[in-house]
Design a protein around this ligand. Structure first.
Ligand code: CFM
Length: 472
C-alpha cells in the first residue's frame, strides 16, 4: 500500500511513490517504491554524492594507495576518517588524506599543473608507496581538467608507480550509487588482467563487496584460511591495489554487497568467464548457507561442516543468550540499501527481532525486490527518506532501536531513542558468527541503556519530560 507521510506543513504528494506499507494479500511487486531516482525538490535527502560513492565507499578502503582528491579541501576532508575500515598495516588509509586544495585562481587558470605537482609531492613524501588513485570532484570536472593526461605524465616520469583515475564528480548521478558503478567499470576495463597471481591453493576466489567495516574482512579471512581457500583479491576491504589487478586469476567471485560491487562481478563473468556466487555474510543462518554454497562449489563440503560445527559450538550459546532478551524488539533500519535485505530476515530468524521500518538511501529496484520479499508485513519500506518522514515513522511504529548513521542517529538520540551505527558499526565486526553476536550485544546495550530511560521526549516539540520509569 503506497503511503504519503504528512508530518510537515506542506506535504509532497510525489513522495507517495517512494513509500510502501506491506500488507497481507497484496502482490508486493506491484508496489515497489520508486528508487534510484533524483531526490524530489523540497525534500532534504541524506544521500551522499557520486564522488563519495567512489572514494569513501570503495577506493579509499585500499591499504596501500594514495588517494589524491583533485578539488577543494572539503571534498577530501568529508570523505576521510568518517568510515571505519581498519587494515592490518596500521590503518594507512585512515591516517592520511591527500588533496590538491583547489583555490579560486586554479579554477580560473586550470588545475592540472597543481595536480601534477601534488602527485609528485605525495610520492616524494611517501617513498614506500607506489600506488595512487586520482579522483575528480565537481569543480575540477566542470573546468575540464584532464586527470588521465596528468596521471600518464606522472607515470612516465616515475616508472615504478601506477595510477588509476576516477572521473566521477559529485553531480554525476542521483546518489553515491553512481560512484560505485564508475569505479567498478573503470577498474575492470583499465586495471584487471595486468598482473599474474601466485597460486597457493587448488581453491581460489575473490571476495567482492566487503569493505572491512569494523574488521569484517579480517574476521571472514579466518574462515577462508581454515577452509584452505586462497583469496586472490578483496574488493576492497583490507585490499591492495595490485591484488585487484589479479582478479581475473580466481576461480570464483563471491559477492556480499551486490549493490556496490555486483558490476565488477558481472564483468568478470562476461570478460573472463568466472562464475558469480552471491551470499549474505551477516547472521548465523545466512553465513552458514554462504559457507555451504562456497564449499559445495569447491567440493569441500566436509571441511565446511567441520568449520560450522566449531563456530556454532563457540558462538551459538552467546547468540541465544541475546535472543532470549531481544525477542520482540522493534527495530528500524535506515542505511544505504543492501543492509535492509541482508539484515531483516537475519535479525528476525536469529534474534527474534521485528523490523518495523526500513529506509534506503540509494538502493535500486532489485534491492527493494529482495527487501520486500524477505521483510515482514506491517513494515514500512521507504526510498530516500527525509527527516520529517523519519519523525512520522517513529511516531507510527515506535521502534525500540534504530540502525542508522551518525547524522540521523544523533537526531534520534535527542528523542531518546537508542541508535546503533548501521554503517560503521558501534563495536564491530558484525559479519560472520562472532560478528553477529557483536551486533546482538550492541543492540542489547542500546535497548537497555539506563540513561535513555531517565527522560522521554515529545517528538514534535523536542521537549524532554521525565519518563514514568524515572518518576517512579
Ligand atoms: Fe554496500 Fe556497504 Fe551498503 Fe554501500 Fe554505504 Fe556502507 Fe551502506 Mo554506509 S557498500 S551499499 S554505499 S554494504 S557506506 S559498507 S553501510 S550506506 S548499506
Amino acid at each position: 500500500m503506497p503511503m504519503v507521510l504528512l508530518n510537515c506543513d506542506k506535504d509532497i504528494p510525489e513522495r507517495e511513490k517512494h513509500i510502501y506499507l506491506k500488507v497481507d494479500g497484496e502482490d508486493s511487486r506491484d508496489f515497489l517504491p520508486v528508487s534510484n531516482a533524483q531526490t524530489l525538490p523540497g525534500t532534504l535527502s541524506e544521500r551522499g554524492c557520486a564522488f563519495c560513492g567512489a572514494k569513501l565507499v570503495i577506493g579509499g578502503v585500499l591499504k596501500d594507495t594514495i588517494q589524491m582528491i583533485h578539488g577543494p579541501i572539503g571534498c577530501a576532508y568529508d570523505t576521510w576518517h568518517t568510515k571505519r575500515y581498519p587494515t592490518d598495516n596500521g590503518h594507512f588509509n585512515m591516517k592520511y588524506v591527500w588533496s590538491t586544495d583547489m583555490k579560486e585562481s586554479h579554477i580560473v587558470f586550470g588545475g592540472e599543473k597543481r595536480l601534477e605537482k601534488s602527485c609528485h609531492e605525495a610520492f616524494d613524501e611517501m617513498p614506500d608507496v607506489k600506488r595512487m588513485i586520482i579522483y575528480t570532484t565537481c569543480p575540477t570536472a566542470l573546468i575540464g581538467d584532464d586527470i588521465k593526461a596528468v596521471a600518464k605524465k606522472v607515470m612516465a616520469e616515475r616508472p615504478d608507480v601506477d595510477i588509476f583515475t576516477v572521473e566521477c564528480p559529485g553531480f554525476a548521478g542521483v546518489s553515491q550509487s553512481k560512484g560505485h558503478h564508475v569505479l567498478n567499470i573503470g577498474w575492470i576495463n583499465e586495471k584487471v588482467g595486468q598482473l599474474d597471481a601466485e597460486i597457493t591453493s587448488p581453491y581460489t576466489m575473490n571476495f567482492i563487496g566487503d569493505f572491512n567495516i569494523g574488521g569484517d574482512t579480517q574476521l571472514l579471512q579466518q574462515y577462508w584460511d581454515k577452509l584452505g581457500i586462497q583469496v586472490i583479491a578483496h574488493f576492497t576491504g583490507n585490499g591492495t591495489y595490485d591484488d585487484l589487478r589479479r582478479m581475473h586469476k580466481a576461480q570464483l567471485n563471491v559477492v556480499n554487497c551486490a549493490r556496490s560491487s555486483g558490476y565488477i562481478a558481472n564483468e568478470l563473468k562476461k570478460q573472463y568467464g568466472i562464475p558469480r556466487l552471491d551470499i549474505d555474510s551477516w547472521g548465523f543462518s545466512y553465513m552458514a548457507e554462504g559457507i555451504r554454497k562456497i564449499c559445495a562449489f569447491f567440493g569441500i563440503e566436509e571441511k565446511g561442516e567441520a568449520l560450522l560445527a566449531e563456530e556454532y559450538a563457540k558462538w551459538k550459546p552467546q547468540l541465544d543468550w541475546y535472543k532470549e532478551r531481544l525477542k520482540g524488539t522493534k527495530m528500524a533500519i535506515w542505511t544505504g540499501g543492501p543492509r535492509l535485505w541482508h539484515w531483516t530476515k537475519s535479525v528476525e530468524d536469529d534474534l527474534g527481532v521485528q523490523v518495523v521500518a526500513m529506509s534506503s538511501k540509494f538502493g535500486h529496484q532489485e534491492d527493494f525486490e529482495k527487501v520486500i520479499a524477505r521483510g515482514q508485513t506491517g513494515t514500512y519500506y521507504i526510498d530516500d527518506g527525509n527527516e520529517l518522514e523519519f519523525f512520522e515513522i517513529i511516531d507510527l511504529v515506535k521502534p525500540d532501536v534504530i540502525f542508522t548513521g551518525p547524522r540521523v542517529g544523533e537526531l534520534v538520540k535527542k528523542l531518546h531513542i537508542p541508535y546503533v551505527n548501521g554503517h560503521g558499526y558501534h563495536n564491530g565486526p558484525y559479519m560472520g558468527f562472532e560478528g553477529f553476536v557483536n551486533l546482538a550485544r550492541d543492540m542489547y546495550n542500546a535497548v537497555h541503556n539506563p540513561l535513555l530511560k531517565l527522560a522521554a521526549t515529545d517528538i514534535r516539540t523536542g521537549i524532554a519530560t521525565p519518563a514514568k520509569e524515572a518518576a517512579e
